[in-house]
Structures are given as C-alpha cells and as structure tokens.
Design a protein. Sequence first.
Length: 84
Amino acid sequence: MRQECKVGMLVRSLAGHDKTNIYVIMKADDAYVYLADGKIRKMNRLKKKKRKHIEILDKMCDVTELMNDTQIRKIIKELKKEEV
C-alpha cells in the first residue's frame, strides 16, 4: 500500500547518492515526486525521485508561492534539531 504524497510533506531519501537527505515535496504525480532542500536542490532545479525511494516523515509545511529556498533550509534544520 502506497502512502499518499502531498505537496509540503517532508520526506527522507531511501536510495541513491542522496540517501538519508531530507527534502520537501514541491510537486507530485503518479510515479514521481519533485523535491527541494534549499541547498543543492533549489526550487528552480527540483530533484525528481520515484515514490518508492522516499520515506514520508510526520511533518508538513505550508508550501505557497511565497516559499523560498531560505525557508526550506530553515524547516529542514528545525526538523533535524527535533530528531537529535
């Protein structure tokens, strides 16, 4: 059973060279999600990843037209602090 991926969800990469990195879902379609982390994968160059290669975290953020890379980095940094 595949969990629903929604824009604004925070996810962790499970496979690839970016394994364990945390991203925010910016777009989603049937097979792929498009992710941003605000550092390497900025909003103008999203990471395309298959849904089966991500783990959905129990956190959402409000992704609006006003969201920028700095805000994404801040959200991810706060999540990492909570995990420690």
